[in-house]
Design a binder for this molecule. Structure first.
Ligand SMILES: *Cc1c(COP(=O)(O)O)cnc(C)c1O
Length: 337
C-alpha cells in the first residue's frame, strides 16, 4: 500500500521533536544468549519529549490544546489518577499557554495522597486539584465537573489520557517521524510495541503505521482492561478522528489493532516483583529508566513473549518509551537495594 496523504488538524508545537531512536545493544546481546532468534530491540525515546513534560501525552496535547484554544476556551478540565502523567503534562502545558487547569483525580483513599511525583508538579504548576475516592469517583467527578462548568464560560474537557479523535493525531504524526527514523537506521521493524492505558497512543500508531506505510504491526501491551476493551477503544478513537476531521484523508486508512492483555498482573498501577526487576535490569544494562505502571509492565511482557519465541519472526522491534519517570519517583519505597 502506498502512503496516504494526510491533512492534519491544528497543532501547537510543544514537544521536543524528533525524539531519538536508539538500539539497545547490550540488552539485545543478553536476550540472544537466552533466545538466539531474538530480534534487536530499539527504543523510540518519547520519554525525552521535554524535561517535566516527559512522555507520550504531550504529543496528543499538541492537538488537543490547539483545538481547545481554537474553540476559545481558557479553562481546561481533565481527570486521572493522582500519579497521572497526563494530568501533570496538562497542568504544566496549561501554565505555559496561560490556560486555567482543573484536575479531577482519583485515589483509593484521598487522605493518603502524598504530594510527590506527578501530584507535586500538578500543585507546583498552579493547577486546581480535587481528589476523590475511587469507589464513588464517577458520582463525585460529575458533580465537580458541573460545578467547574458553571464557574467558567467555555471550559474544555479532555478525556482520560487525551485519548480521543483529536489527541490520537499526535501519534499519527509520530509515524511520520518513525518513517524517517527507520530509513536513517536502515531497518524495517515488524513490530512497534507500546504500553496501552487509555488506548490513544496505540490508536494513533495503528492508523499512522498504515498511513505512512511503515510495514510494522503495532502491538499494544495492556496495563489494565481486556483485549476486547482495547480493540473497541482503538477502533472508536480512530472512527472519532475520521468523523471529527472528514477532510483529513484519514477515512482512506483501514487498520486492525493487536493487543496483548496477559501481563496486567494484579491490576492497573500494581507492579509484580518481575516488573520491578525489569526496571532495575534496564537501568543497569542500558541506563534506561522505565516506570512501574506503564512502560516496565509493557517492556517486561515484550521480553517474556520473546523468550517464549513469540515476535521472533522479526529482525527488529521498536518499543515506544512513553515516559513515566515521575510516577516511578513516587514509588521508590517498592525497591530494595
Ligand atoms: C498514559 C501513558 C501510557 C499509555 O498511553 P495511552 O495512550 O493512555 O494508552 C503509557 N506510558 C506512560 C508513561 C503513560 O503516561
Amino acid at each position: 500500500m502506498s502512503p496516504v496523504q494526510l491533512c492534519y488538524p491544528n497543532q501547537i508545537n510543544l514537544a521536543q521533536l524528533p525524539t531519538p531512536l536508539q538500539r539497545l545493544d547490550r540488552l539485545t546481546h543478553r536476550l540472544r544468549q537466552e533466545q538466539p532468534n531474538a530480534p534487536a530491540i530499539w527504543v523510540k525515546r518519547d520519554d525525552l519529549t521535554g524535561s517535566v513534560l516527559s512522555g507520550n501525552k504531550i504529543r496528543k496535547l499538541e492537538f488537543t490544546l490547539a483545538r481547545a484554544m481554537a474553540e476559545g476556551s481558557d479553562t481546561i478540565i481533565t481527570c486521572g489518577g493522582t500519579q497521572s502523567n497526563h494530568c501533570r503534562a496538562t497542568a504544566l502545558l496549561g501554565a505555559q499557554l496561560g490556560l486555567k487547569v482543573h484536575l479531577i483525580l482519583r485515589q483509593d483513599d484521598p487522605a493518603q495522597a502524598q504530594i510527590d511525583g506527578n501530584l507535586f508538579l500538578d500543585h507546583l504548576s498552579g493547577a486546581n486539584v480535587s481528589i476523590f475516592p475511587k469507589e464513588n469517583f464517577s458520582g463525585c467527578f460529575k458533580e465537580r465537573l458541573a460545578e467547574i462548568s458553571k464557574q467558567y464560560k467555555s471550559p474544555y474537557f479532555i478525556p482520560t489520557g487525551a485519548s480521543d479523535g483529536t489527541g490520537i493525531w499526535g501519534y499519527i504524526r509520530a509515524c511520520e517521524e518513525l518513517k524517517e527514523d527507520f530509513s536513517r537506521a536502515q531497518i524495517a521493524p515488524d513490530y512497534i510495541v507500546c504500553a496501552t492505558g487509555s488506548g490513544g497512543t496505540q490508536a494513533g500508531l495503528t492508523a499512522g503505521a498504515v498511513a505512512y506505510d511503515l510495514g510494522a504491526k503495532v502491538l499494544g501491551m495492556a496495563v489494565c482492561d481486556s483485549q476486547v476493551y482495547f480493540h473497541n477503544k482503538v477502533a472508536s478513537d480512530i472512527s472519532a478522528a475520521k468523523r471529527l476531521y472528514p477532510d483529513s484523508g484519514l477515512s482512506k486508512v483501514r487498520c486492525q489493532s493487536h493487543v496483548n492483555d496477559t501481563y496486567i498482573g494484579e491490576g492497573y498501577g500494581l507492579a509484580s516483583g518481575a516488573v520491578l526487576k525489569t526496571i532495575g535490569q534496564l537501568a543497569q544494562t542500558e541506563g534506561l529508566v522505565l516506570d512501574p505502571t506503564y512502560t516496565a509492565k509493557a517492556f517486561h511482557g515484550m521480553l517474556e513473549e520473546i523468550k517464549k519465541g513469540q515476535l521472533c519472526d522479526a529482525d527488529d522491534i521498536v518499543f515506544v518509551h512513553t515516559g513515566g519517570v515521575f510516577g516511578l519517583m513516587a514509588r521508590t519505597q517498592e525497591f530494595n537495594f
